[in-house]
Each structure stands twice: as C-alpha cells, then as structure tokens.
Design a protein around this ligand. Structure first.
Ligand code: PLP
Length: 409
C-alpha cells in the first residue's frame, strides 16, 4: 500500500487468552457464553486503529485500503474539520460541562442546530450526543404503552431499542413490505397513537425505504412517520439533505433523525422537524435532558462539514456514480449484493464463518472489508459490507471487485 506509516506493532496485539486469570464467580457464566459465540463464528475482534480514517487505514499494525468506515465523503479525517474543532474548543472549552437543558448548549451547538435546520429546510433541530441516543430518546418521547409502532424488520438497533424503551406495542413488518405494514396499521386502529419508524437507507443492505408510499400510508392511518437518515444525510439529495430531500417527501415525514458521525465525519445525532416537535422533545427526550451535551468543538466541526456539503457537491455525485459501477461489477461476477442502491454494498455469503473467512482473505490481499454477522443481520445472511468513500479511486474499486470475485466464489 502506498506510503502510510503505522505505529502499531502487530505482534503486540493479541486476543485475550482463553484462560485469563480466574474471573469472580459471579461472572463465570461469561466464559461459557463467549465459547458459544466463538463456536458459532460470532466472536468479535476489538481492533486498534492508528492514524486518520482515509482511503487507507492502519488496523492492528496492518495498512489496508479502508472499506470499513462510514466515512462516505472523506470528511472524518479532513483537516478542515480538525481546525474547526480546535477553534470551537478554544472558544468554548473542550467539555460541554452539563446537559443541553442546563448549561451545555453552547453557541457552537446553537449554530449547528441552525445549520441542520437550514440543510434540511425545516423549522428547527435538536442535537443529541449520538445518533443512537437521538433515536432511542425520540421514539420513547413520542409513544408510550397505549400506542403502536410499526417498525421495518431491518431497522437499526437504535430504533429497535427506542421501540423497547417506549413500551409501546410493536409490529414488525418484513423489509419494505407495504402490504404487511398496511395490515399492521389497520389492526392498530384503537391505539392512542401510531408511529411508523424506518431507516431511509438501510445500514447493512444499502437498500432504500419507499418514502412516498410510507408517507401515504401514514396519512391514511393517521400515523406519525419517523425516518432515520443516518446513512443518507450528506450523500443523497441535491443539497445533501438525504433521501427525504431526494424524494421530495418532506411534507409527509414528521420526524427526521440523523447523525453527524457518518458522511459528515464528526459526531452526534439530531432530530429535525417543526418547532412543536422540538419543543416537546426538549421536555421529554431523556438522552437530551439527562446526558451531557457533546463537546462544543465537535459541534463546530459538524457545522463546518455541513458547509462543505454546499462547497463540494461533486463528492456525493462521484460517490454514487462509482458505487453504481462497483455493484454492477460485482453483479457481473454473479455475486449476491442484495438490492443495494447506494454506497453501502453487501456481499452476502450466508454463514458467519464464510463471512469471516472472506474478510480475512480480503485483508491478506490488502483490503479492509468487515464481516457482518447476526445480530447485525438475520441468520443465514452474513455478509461482508463494503462501505465506499469518495476517497477511493475507481481503480481501487476495480481491484476490490476482482479480489472479492476471486475469493467469494
Ligand atoms: C441507521 C443508523 N441509525 C443510527 C445510528 C447511530 O448513530 P451514531 O453512530 O451517531 O450513534 C447508526 C450507526 O451505526 C445507524 O447505522
């Protein structure tokens, strides 16, 4: 790999020994559980990264082409964000010091919320410490035990946990199945409130939710529609406003959740919508009320990244063009890429052990492509997940497609 130096000594990194010092009795059950995971091919490594996320990444002492980050536009390692973070930290101090409700909401956070609202063309926005917190807190603030949530079977864990936290009755509809969703909502007529919750761009499949149809069903059944744009913000839409912008469905979507941690290269989550919604969340969203605001420098970096979306629209165009070429090449090799339509390209191999083996073979060939296994994907659908970035050159993608074809078939 060209030029990246790596300070990690691979030999110094090792898995924890199977027979470590005896655990206190109360935790002895963990040994058994981990053994079970290992046997099923589901044990997960803890890798150490050295240096910035870029086209390449140094992991556990190996420098590899990086297809494992959600750094879609290349901003996670961009020095312009580092400088903005540093300026924001110097102005407002590093730590936020309190929850936003108390005194943690700095001028940098206020500017970020205005930048998000302007990007998404909504009245206002609320920033959370993470996208995960935004989903869990918002869902639990919108519905309770007398209510009903319809949730896509492939939704992200943070939506699933938000549903659990809310204690609402939850109906899970098969991925993007509108007929099943319609039936679920018909059966929930007597619920006090109804909420449809969906990712817009599904994080493990690269598939896209049918937003116009979901909005129509929400209208028919007097339901709220919450969408999670975590992987679409910055990538889709003419201005980078996500799939709601791209499909012109803003009028039918009541709650837009997103994250600043993926294409925007920073950290934190947000909810965007009308003033009434955000006013309610300020009184009820527990992760906003009871958790320290994320550092002001991080907010400043995220605001800078939103500015870059307007300055560098070519990045999202290039990314999606190259993604289409890439998944076409994989399909040409008759690999199973599911129904992706985005910069997230799964190669579905089935068994967890097969996904791990493919990931390891790709690493030996110089590519970092993580294996994704249950519970992140359903049983029988383990895969390697290729996350494309604007930083990748077309010839890198051709080489990767050839390597996957060589090792997966
Ligand atoms: C669809 C989706 N929603 C929410 C999140 C959580 O975002 P964050 O990483 O900012 O907590 C993720 C993260 O992987 C995600 O994939």
């Amino acid at each position: 790999m060209p030029g990246m130096s790596c300070r990690i000594d691979a030999a110094a990194i090792s898995s924890p020994p199977a027979t470590a010092a005896p655990l206190p009795d109360a935790l002895a059950w963990i040994d058994h559980e981990i053994d079970t995971l290992r046997t099923a091919g589901l044990e997960r490594p803890a890798r150490v990264r050295d240096g910035r996320q870029g086209a390449e990444v140094c992991l556990d002492g190996r420098t590899l082409l990086n297809f494992g980050a959600n750094n879609y536009l290349g901003y996670a390692g961009d020095v312009r964000l580092t400088k903005a973070a540093s300026k924001g930290s110097c102005a407002e101090g590093f730590g936020a010091g309190a929850s936003p409700l108390v005194s943690g909401h700095s001028l940098a956070h206020e500017q970020l919320e205005q930048a998000i609202a302007s990007l998404l063309d909504v009245e206002t926005a609320l920033v959370f410490p993470s996208g995960f917190a935004a989903n869990t807190a918002t869902i639990a603030a919108l519905v309770g035990p007398d209510d009903f949530i319809a949730s896509d079977a492939r939704n992200h864990a943070s939506i699933i946990d938000g549903c659990r936290l809310s204690r609402a009755r939850v109906g899970i509809y098969p991925h993007r199945d509108l007929t099943a969703l319609d039936a679920l909502l018909k059966g929930a007529r007597t619920a006090r409130r109804r909420l449809i919750a969906t990712d817009t761009l599904f994080s493990m499949d690269g598939t896209i939710a049918p937003l116009a149809d979901l909005a129509a069903l929400a209208r028919t059944h007097d339901a709220m529609l919450l969408v999670d744009e975590a992987h679409a913000t910055g990538v889709f839409g003419q201005r980078g406003g996500g799939l709601v912008e791209q499909t012109a469905t803003a009028d039918g979507v009541h709650v837009r959740v997103g994250t600043l941690s993926k294409a925007l290269g920073a950290a934190g989550g947000f909810v965007a919508g009308n003033a009434k919604l955000i006013h309610w969340l300020r009184h009820t969203a527990r992760a906003w009320i009871f958790s320290t605001a994320h550092p002001p420098g991080v907010a400043a970096a995220a605001t800078r990244a939103i500015g870059l979306l307007a300055e560098e629209p070519e990045r999202r165009v290039d990314l999606l063009t190259r993604a289409a070429d890439f998944w076409s090449a994989l399909r040409h090799y008759e690999l199973d890429t599911g129904e992706t339509e985005s910069q997230i390209v799964p190669v579905i191999v089935g068994a967890p052990q097969a996904a791990v083996a493919l990931s390891e073979q790709l690493a030996d060939a110089g590519f970092f492509v993580p294996a994704i296994r249950p519970p992140s994907v359903p049983h029988g659908r383990s895969l390697v997940r290729v996350s494309l970035s604007w930083l990748h050159e077309p010839h890198d993608l051709r080489r990767l497609a050839e390597a996957i074809a060589r090792h997966a078939t």
